[in-house]
Unconditional design. Structure first.
Lengths: 233, 233
DNA sequence: CGCAGGCTTGATGCTAATCAATCGACGTGG
DNA sequence: CCACGTCGATTGATTAGCATCAAGCCTGCG
């Protein structure tokens, strides 16, 4: 059961389904709305390439970024399981998404249990990331928060092969970082400057380099286990 | 598909399975560890009665409560899907739990798709609650956080029929509230006192009463949709 | 009686928010 | 080519919100 990830596309039906998925591709430019808050009947996507984020906001405009989606992550599971999306999602870079039509969801459970299992696995995975984010925002200092965010994203990106030469294309603005961490823009800027001058990381031209991820993680009080092999798509 | 919640126990197999579940009941006293952080191979439970909470902590002792589990909620989905629990769970009151053995998980997906679907639905639901908590901790003021926590718990408890005469048995200490909201104990105490004197709620002898849940929600900037009907067990 | 757990209260200080500019890079239209 | 607007990053000054420290106060309990 543990190695199910290895031999996935099995059933005839699954193969066919995955085929149709390939056709149901869509591309959106950076900044585009993927899911609109309050939207009814949103679809389920998996991110094929590019970055996106999920967020919620209060009536007066305060915004909290909930999680960052990298390739392979699901977007819109809640939205497609419930009537209404309870959050928004926006593309950070140009993205390619695979559509999994919500009306097929139930039939996936009925006829493709392996696929359904993966779906649930991914949902649990994103819950784990949310847990960590909540710990970060609730209990870490500003400097730790930034280090923690960077360390976590770096690790996830690394597992996806997005890191070359210790550096990573990094599309978040300081405003995004602030919104993700529950900090103000100004304080984020100042704290980032301090961490940079400590040599924990470098960030320029939209590229993040971390020479010593261990030191980073230690500074951040960020001790997550290795990412286990994940189901694809 | 939307009303699946209504006619659930269908298959012969499901009925049998639910039967065996009833036997796999366990009781724990208030304060007991349900899931130990770092524990390997934790099981999956649903809370049958009582309250519990999930938490993470940093090496230096800072603790963040991630979510509060009420009757009907799942505990340990991540822990049973992954190798290792990434968080802990502790009983707030005496609790009764139903055990869903992790080794049966895969066969549930294979043979009881309706049940698997419910599992996923509940996972998505708890993700929605985490999203809201993250918004609370990241962007709301101390007073709003407290109001938001109380309003949210009150609403959930109400849906479960736990509220009588506008009051609710409330087993959280101020320390728990502080840990859930990313606040210090002292500040929590002072802010709660202020809200009480504003007449937003009353809390004494472990009982919470909210006369005007609307006003509470408004104060908290807490605007969640109604809870849709949920799958049971 | 002594102790522990939970709740309160006051004093003090730091962290991070807010306010207010400024600056550079970039793109656009006249 | 240059004036202009925009967007993101940066910096300094000030303030507010919350943390921390340090007692003290109940109540229940062995």
């Amino acid at each position: 059961m543990r190695k199910r990830n290895a031999f996935r596309p099995k059933t005839e039906e699954e193969v066919v389904f995955l085929e149709t998925l390939k056709s149901e591709h869509l591309r959106l430019p950076a900044g585009a709305d993927i899911i609109h808050p309050e939207q009814n009947g949103a679809e389920l996507y998996t991110v094929f390439s590019g970055w996106a984020f999920r967020y919620k906001e209060l009536p007066d405009g305060r915004r909290q970024i909930l999680s960052i989606a990298l390739p392979g992550d699901l977007l819109g599971l809640q939205a497609s399981l419930f009537e209404k999306a309870l959050y928004g999602a926006i593309a950070l870079t140009d993205v390619e998404l695979c559509l999994i039509p919500r009306r097929k969801l139930w039939s996936i459970f009925e006829r493709m249990p392996a696929f359904a299992y993966d779906l649930t696995w991914l949902a649990a995975q994103s819950e784990a990331i949310l847990d960590e984010n909540l710990l970060t925002v609730g209990r870490r200092s500003a400097a730790e928060r930034i280090a923690s965010l960077f360390a976590g994203l770096f690790k996830r990106a690394e597992a996806l092969g997005l890191v070359h030469d210790r550096t990573l294309v990094f599309p978040l603005t300081q405003q995004h970082v602030a919104d993700a961490l529950g900090l103000s823009l100004v304080h984020t800027n100042k704290t980032m400057a301090r961490l940079k001058s400590l040599g924990l990381f470098a960030l320029a031209d939209g590229k993040l380099t971390i020479d010593n991820p261990r030191a980073m993680a230690r500074f951040a009080q960020h001790f997550e286990k290795e990412l286990s092999p994940r189901p694809i798509l």
